[in-house]
Design a protein around this ligand. Structure first.
Ligand SMILES: [Mn+2]
Length: 332
């Protein structure tokens, strides 16, 4: 005799509670393949791209699985129920069997995302440190990519940092590191910097030439201070005009947020106010209706979070926004 009540009413009831039932991402069904789904949710439990003391970033996917039942909502502004309208599944975590070897792990992420790319599902992933974006976009953007039809992607990169340290040979031994990916993806042909924008950069730099590699590569770089002066609609026009009709990928580093609303993240920049949620949601909506092929949320450190898991819940809400933007664009 089954002891679990599998009735529709029970399933619906459990899906509305984050602490009950099996904690998949957003209480989606789990399947071990991206086949036959519209949006594939995936965990990337990786932290060796960010060196020593910030290693707990590999715990990010589990923390979001824990609370994201709470985020299984209908998008009010879009009047959209993404869960009803599209097939969205949790396909589990990238198996990182050599997790302590950053370079091999990034290659494993790329291999895994090639399979997602070939399936046609649009991936939204939760990291993991920011080096994971180097892994995903080596598969999703540029030659041989299916979702971007062989084109390099336009990146909407929301972050307190540039991650384009071209002249740094390695970061504590990591070469495809959280500090390098933004440059490597451009020089290797996976990201079109001239269509891309980095936004939210803030804090005192270690050297005065901090912004130069990004600008040399062709990125539009909008600091947090510039955003405050320019305002949302001006900034969003810049982002959208650069993208044109290119495929778009959103990468969201939680450290772009003010540490008071997202304390459990790596590489905190507490010296200058970060974005609030209204501001980042506004920035993300600059790409509404465009061909958004995927996105990621990175740098969650659950062991530094508040006891009420506020950063994991904020990460959940950002992930919901990206899922909804993709679902909304699939229908437009
Ligand atoms: Mn950052």
């Amino acid at each position: 005799m089954d002891i679990q009540d599998q009735s529709e009413a029970h399933t619906k009831f459990v899906r509305g509670l984050y602490w009950a039932g099996i904690p998949t991402l957003f209480k989606c069904d789990y399947q071990d393949t991206p086949k036959d789904c519209d949006i594939a949710l995936v965990g990337i439990p990786h932290s060796t791209g960010n060196g020593t003391t910030l290693r707990d970033q590999h715990l990010g996917p589990r923390a979001v699985r824990d609370v994201s039942g709470l985020g299984r909502r209908i998008h009010l502004d879009f009047r959209l129920d993404p869960w009803e309208k599209y097939k969205i599944v949790d396909i589990g975590d990238v198996p990182l069997v050599e997790g302590n070897n950053n370079e091999t792990s990034i290659d494993h992420i790329t291999d895994y995302f090639r399979k997602i790319d070939q399936s046609g599902a649009r991936p939204v992933s939760i990291g993991g440190d920011h080096s994971i974006t180097g892994g995903t976009l080596r598969a999703l953007g540029g030659k041989s990519s299916n979702l971007s039809k062989g084109e390099p992607v336009a990146l909407l990169h929301i972050d307190a940092h540039t991650d384009t340290f071209m002249h740094l040979e390695h970061f504590l031994g990591a070469r495809k590191s959280a500090a390098h990916w933004g440059a490597q993806l451009v020089t290797e042909g996976h990201v079109d910097a001239h269509s891309s924008t980095q936004i939210g950069i803030r804090g005192n730099p270690r050297t005065l030439d901090w912004y130069e590699p990004s600008r040399h590569l062709g990125y539009e770089l909008i600091t947090k201070k510039q955003y405050d002066l320019m305002g949302e609609s001006c900034v969003n026009d810049i982002i959208r005009n650069r993208i044109g009709n290119k495929p778009v990928y959103i990468t969201f580093d939680l450290d772009c947020l003010d540490p008071s609303i997202a304390p459990g993240v790596a590489n905190l920049e507490p010296g200058e106010p970060g974005f609030n949620l209204k501001q980042v949601v506004g920035i993300m909506r600059s790409v509404r209706g465009l061909n958004i092929i995927g996105g990621d949320i990175v740098c969650l450190v659950p062991t530094a979070d508040n006891p009420n898991k506020i950063t994991a819940m904020v990460a959940t809400n950002i992930m919901f926004e990206i899922i909804s933007l993709i679902a909304d664009s699939l229908g437009s």
